[in-house]
Design a protein. Structure first.
Length: 293
């Protein structure tokens, strides 16, 4: 769970309520503003770049492809097929399975893929992250869930280049903000959709943040998630808010397959519960309609 702010930037809601964040948008997209009217994500390919996914978990369902970053004999990292589902490599510590289960709950008909870049204890290298993310972008997945980040500046420019490549090639990257207000990447990039956690009890509520860099808040407080061994646990963190937004992106694309990452971000903004949609040039405080009920 995000715990604070730095430099006046908003990383969490803290003690504020959705009513404190009311905004006004100028336009309405050519699709329902209410996410419940969007598709179930059918035909949309979502890739979870994480610790792997427990294929066949009852709350994850079918996984269309399971991959992992592994070294060549000379030490060069590459992405390899970890075996056909439901076998595969599985999940090193539960985190990837939790994220995949949330995507599945939000977008039940999407096609799920997994790339394992982290090992036991949620440990791994920046090079493994770059290798897995580059592969996912090159594969042209529709949505890539990144419930992870790095604080190491040496990876910044390569990550930024990959995020830009994804943005312009039509792959939507959804990245979790760090759970503390520190500099980390790739969630800080404007080419990705960045996600933090709100503390509201509504499991379907998502909000736009009027004080970025974190752009959206989604359920991530004491949420029930899939875990290894076919079970579930309750946990908290931005990692688990992020796949909620990834699932919404899949549902948007299922409804409008030609949406660009920019359009998806804008549609999410207009559909956030705290954004009111009015006529062009309507001033804040004048009558309008909320984007989502």
């Amino acid at each position: 769970m995000t715990t604070g702010t730095a430099g006046g930037l908003t990383w969490s809601l803290r003690d504020r309520t959705p009513e404190d964040l009311t905004l006004l948008a100028d336009t309405v997209p050519a699709l329902p503003a209410d996410p419940s009217a969007w598709s179930d994500g059918g035909g949309v390919r979502v890739c979870v770049v994480d610790t792997g996914v427990e294929c066949g978990h009852p709350f994850v369902g079918p996984v269309q492809g399971s991959y992992e970053v592994a070294p060549d004999p000379d030490g060069t990292l590459k992405v390899v097929d970890s075996g056909p589902p439901p076998d595969g490599t599985g999940d090193a510590c539960g985190h990837g399975t939790a994220c995949a289960g949330i995507v599945r709950r939000v977008a039940p008909d999407c096609d799920l893929y997994s790339v394992r870049v982290l090992g036991e204890g949620f440990t791994g290298s920046g090079d493994a992250l770059l290798t897995g993310l580059r592969w996912a972008v090159d594969q042209g997945f529709d949505v890539v869930n990144l419930s992870l980040s790095t604080t190491r500046p040496k990876f910044l420019e390569t990550l930024r280049s990959l995020a830009d490549q994804a943005f312009f090639n039509g792959t939507t990257l959804v990245a979790s903000a760090h759970n503390t207000p520190v500099e980390s990447f790739p969630w800080r990039f404007s080419s990705v959709i960045s996600v933090g956690t709100h503390r509201e009890d509504d499991s379907g509520l998502f909000l736009y943040n009027p004080a970025p860099p974190v752009e959206f808040f989604a359920p991530g407080q004491n949420v029930q998630v899939a875990w290894t061994g076919g079970g579930t646990i309750r946990t908290t963190g931005n990692s688990f808010a992020t796949p909620f937004i990834s699932g919404l992106c899949a549902r948007l694309l299922g409804s409008r397959p030609k949406l660009t990452p920019f359009q998806i971000k804008h549609a999410l903004y207009l559909s956030a519960a705290n954004v009111r949609v009015g006529e062009p040039e309507t001033r804040i405080g004048e009558p309008g309609t909320r984007g989502a009920s």
